[in-house]
Design a protein around this ligand. Structure first.
Ligand code: ZN
Length: 484
C-alpha cells in the first residue's frame, strides 16, 4: 500500500521493518475534558489504517498513551496544567478527572466502532522510562538543567524542523500562543523534559527524580511509552495535524538523540475538522461531542460515515446540513443492504473482482471515499445477493460502519411494518436507527395523501410532531428524526 509520509512529504510504499508486522503508535487524548468530534476524526482515520493493515494480513501492535500529567494549556509548556484545570472546574481530584474522561473517551470510541488499542498506557505509569531517557540526554549533552527544570537543547540538532521548512520565528512557541516566554530556555524551541520548579503549588502528581521532586513534560511521555512497548524502531506514528509541531517534532528530537538512530519511518497526520467559522476546538464555538450528536438523534456511525466520505489529508467542514446528508446516505445504504436476500452460493470470482476495487482505493493512501464507492459498486455488481452481502461484510471489517448489523435490524423492523420499504417510497431515519412504529405511521400518512385524505395525513403529522418527531418530505419519501 502507498501511504503519505509527513516526514518526506511524499506518498511512499509502506514497507514495515519486520516482514508481516507493524508497530504503530498513536498519541492518545489528554483526559481533562470530553473529546470533541474533531479530535475523534483523527482516531477514526487511524482506526481505518489499523484495520486495513490487519485486513491485508499484517500483524499489528498498536500502542496509545493517555495524557494524565504534564500537558499545559500551551503545547509550549506554558500556561495552566490541563489536568489541574479540569480538576478545578469540576471540584474533583486529578485522578478522578483522569479516570472519568478516559472512560468517556473509550466509550465514544466504542460508539464510533474504533478498535481499542493493544496497549493503552497512562503517562503516570511510566515515570522510570522518562527518567532513564532524560538521564542519558543530560549525559550526552542534549539536555540541560535551568531554573530547576530539565530542558531539551534544540541547538544540538542538525535538523529540528522535520515536518516543514517554516521559519523559526513563525513557529517560535510561546510567542505563537500568546503566552510569556520561559527565560530558562537557551533557545526558543527548547522544551521541558522534567519540571521540578512547578508553577503549580497544588500539583497533585509528583515523583522523585535525580533532579528533584517533579513531573514529566508532555512530549517525553510518548517517546517513553512507545519505546517501552514497541522498542527502538517504530513503523508508523499517527496523530492529528495539530500534533506535528511542536509535539511530534519534539518526540523525534528527544527519541533520536537518545537512541542515536532514526526512530520512526512513517508519520501519518489527519487534518482538521473545521466549522464554517474556522477550526473546531474545545474553547471556541459549539463544543461538539458524540453525546451531543446522540442527543440530537444521530447515530454516531453517521459521523463515522461523514468522515470516511472525504480524504484524511483534506480539512473537512462540519455543518449540521452536511451531517444530515451523511445520515440520509447511511439510511439509504442500510435499506439497500437490508433488501438483499442472503441466499445462494458465494461467487468467488465476483467477490475477488469487487474486493480488487476496494483494496485499490485503500492502497492509495487510504482513499476512503473511493472505498465507499466500492460498496455501492458491489450493490450494483452482476452477481447474486449472497455474494454482494459477503463483499459488503468483508469491506466493513475495515470501514466499521456496522452495515450487516444495521441491515439486520432494518430487516426485522420491516418484518414488523412491511410497508416501510414498499415501492419506491423511502422512509429514512436520519439517525440510521429504524423504528417500526414511526415508519408504519409515515407509510399510513403516505397512503392517506395518495387517497387525497389530507385531513388524515395532517393528523398523523401532528401526532408525530407532538411526540417530538421531526419529519421532512423529500422527493421519493420522507426523512424523520427525533427532535431535541
Ligand atoms: Zn504524543
Amino acid at each position: 500500500m502507498k501511504l503519505y509520509n509527513s516526514l518526506t512529504r511524499k506518498k511512499e510504499d509502506f514497507v514495515p521493518i519486520e516482514e508481516g508486522k507493524v508497530k504503530m503508535y498513536t498519541c492518545g487524548p489528554t483526559v481533562y475534558h470530553f473529546a470533541h468530534i474533531g479530535n475523534l476524526r483523527s482516531y477514526i482515520m487511524e482506526d481505518i489504517l489499523e484495520k486495513y493493515l490487519r485486513y491485508t494480513g499484517y500483524d499489528v501492535k498498536r500502542v496509545m498513551n493517555i495524557t494524565d500529567v504534564g500537558h499545559l494549556t500551551s503545547d509550549a509548556d506554558e500556561g495552566e496544567d490541563k489536568m489541574l484545570k479540569g480538576a478545578k472546574r469540576e471540584h474533583k481530584s486529578v485522578l478522578e478527572i483522569a479516570k472519568f474522561y478516559t472512560d468517556a473517551f473509550f466509550s465514544d470510541c466504542k460508539k464510533l466502532n474504533i478498535k481499542y488499542p493493544d496497549v493503552v498506557e497512562p503517562a503516570t505509569h511510566c515515570i522510570d522510562e522518562y527518567i532513564k531517557i532524560i538521564t542519558k540526554l543530560i549525559d550526552t549533552g542534549y539536555a540541560y538543567l535551568a531554573g530547576g527544570n530539565v530542558y531539551f537543547d534544540t541547538s544540538k540538532l542538525e535538523k529540528y524542523y522535520v515536518f516543514n521548512d517554516f521559519n523559526a520565528e513563525d513557529l517560535a512557541v510561546g510567542v505563537r500562543e500568546g503566552v510569556g516566554e520561559d527565560t530558562n530556555k537557551r533557545n526558543k524551541n527548547d522544551f521541558v523534559l522534567w519540571f521540578t520548579k512547578s508553577k503549580f503549588e497544588e500539583q497533585a502528581l509528583k515523583w522523585d527524580s535525580p533532579w528533584g521532586v517533579g513531573y514529566p513534560g508532555w512530549h517525553i511521555e510518548c517517546s517513553g511509552i512507545s519505546m517501552k512497548h514497541l522498542g527502538e524502531y517504530l513503523d508508523i506514528h499517527c496523530g492529528g495535524i495539530d500534533n506535528a509541531f511542536p509535539h511530534h517534532t519534539n518526540e523525534i528530537a528527544q527519541s533520536e538523540s537518545y537512541l542515536g538512530h532514526k526512530w520512526c519511518n512513517y508519520w501519518m497526520h489527519v487534518l482538521h475538522l473545521n466549522t464554517a467559522t474556522g477550526k473546531m476546538s474545545k474553547s471556541s464555538g459549539e463544543f461538539l461531542t458524540v453525546s451531543l450528536l446522540e442527543e440530537k438523534g444521530y447515530d454516531p456511525l453517521v459521523y463515522r460515515l461523514f468522515c470516511l466520505q472525504s480524504h484524511y489529508r483534506k480539512a473537512l467542514v462540519f455543518s449540521w446540513e452536511n451531517l444530515d446528508n451523511a445520515a440520509t446516505a447511511y439510511s439509504k445504504l442500510i435499506a439497500r443492504i437490508a433488501a438483499l436476500k442472503p441466499e445462494g452460493e458465494t461467487d468467488e470470482a465476483a467477490l475477488s473482482a469487487m474486493r480488487a476495487k476496494f483494496t485499490e482505493a485503500l492502497d492509495n493512501d487510504l482513499n476512503t471515499s473511493l472505498a465507499l464507492t466500492a460498496v455501492y459498486d458491489a450493490l450494483k455488481f452482476n452477481t447474486n445477493d449472497a455474494t454482494k452481502l459477503a463483499a459488503i461484510a468483508d469491506f466493513d471489517r475495515v470501514l466499521g460502519l456496522g452495515l450487516a448489523e444495521k441491515a439486520e435490524a432494518k430487516r426485522k423492523a420491516d418484518a414488523a411494518a412491511p410497508a416501510a420499504s414498499a415501492g419506491e417510497f423511502f422512509v429514512i431515519s436520519e439517525s440510521g436507527e429504524p423504528d417500526a412504529e414511526i415508519e408504519a405511521k409515515l407509510i399510513a400518512r403516505r397512503d392517506a395523501k395518495k387517497a387525497k385524505n389530507f385531513a388524515e395525513a395532517d393528523r398523523i403529522r401532528d401526532e408525530l410532531t407532538a411526540a417530538g418527531i421531526e419529519i421532512t418530505d423529500i422527493p421519493n419519501g420522507v426523512k424523520w428524526k427525533r427532535g431535541q
